[in-house]
Design a protein around this ligand. Structure first.
Ligand code: ADE
Length: 224
């Protein structure tokens, strides 16, 4: 998969894909991330990409021209399956959306700033609007990093058996069960007997029960 990201703060997106699973995904050739400085398509020599909003009011709006020039230039060589705008008023990101996006080939992500981007870019170019939660960030960059991570780890070949996404919270609309590691007894707090039993049928049943119990207690909305 190829992901292109348009941003005025490319520095914010330097490190997130250089570690752990995202690093491995890129090294193995499953994921390519290209971060582009939007000011490259600025309307003047001062790097202007935003302007005051019509109708008045505080806060700048990201202009059509730099965004559209960037989108059109990048689209000339890459056929994007989705052009995604990260915005708090978008569709709230969930595992289902991450799964669906992980099946695509090329994605373009737009990080907004200030008051957001001119509505006409949303109307005529953006194909998906995604929010990572009901709170407002200073810009779309951290949201884009979250989205790339959620998608990237699902790409075939990225995770191994041990880290398989099949056992993640949400993958089957259940939260993950509790996990334990050595020592078996820490300050008198013991690991549940069943996990020490070696009986894998029993262990699977226990994990499923725990997952259901945890979901009922914490996220009853996930249980249909
Ligand atoms: N930009 C600002 N806040 C955001 C959010 N919650 N999700 C996605 N993009 C954003």
């Amino acid at each position: 998969m190829r992901i292109d990201i348009l941003t005025v703060l490319p520095e914010l997106l330097q490190s997130p894909f250089d570690h752990s699973i995202m690093k491995r995904a890129r090294e193995k050739g499953h994921l390519e991330v290209h971060v582009h400085q939007l000011r490259k398509w600025a309307v003047n020599e001062y790097g202007m990409v935003d302007d005051y909003q019509y109708g008045g009011g505080a806060g700048m709006v990201m202009m059509c021209e730099p965004l559209v020039r960037a989108i059109e230039e990048l689209s000339a060589t890459v056929q994007y399956d989705e052009i995604i705008y990260l915005t708090p008023d978008g569709h709230k990101l969930d595992q289902r959306t991450a799964n669906a996006l992980s099946l695509k080939g090329n994605l373009l992500m737009i990080c907004g700033h200030y008051k957001g981007i001119d509505e006409r870019v949303r109307e005529h170019f953006v194909t998906k609007e995604i929010s990572i939660g009901d709170y407002v960030l200073s810009g779309g960059e951290l949201a884009a990093a979250v989205l790339v991570d959620a998608i990237g780890r699902l790409l075939p070949g990225v995770l191994n058996d041990e880290t398989s996404a099949l056992f993640d919270s949400f993958q089957d609309d259940l939260l993950a069960p509790p996990v334990y590691t050595r020592p078996e007894d820490f300050r008198g707090w013991k690991v549940p007997d069943v996990l020490m039993s070696g009986d894998h049928r029993k262990i699977d049943d226990w994990r499923y029960e725990q997952a259901v119990k945890r979901t009922e207690g914490r996220r009853p909305d996930l249980l249909k």
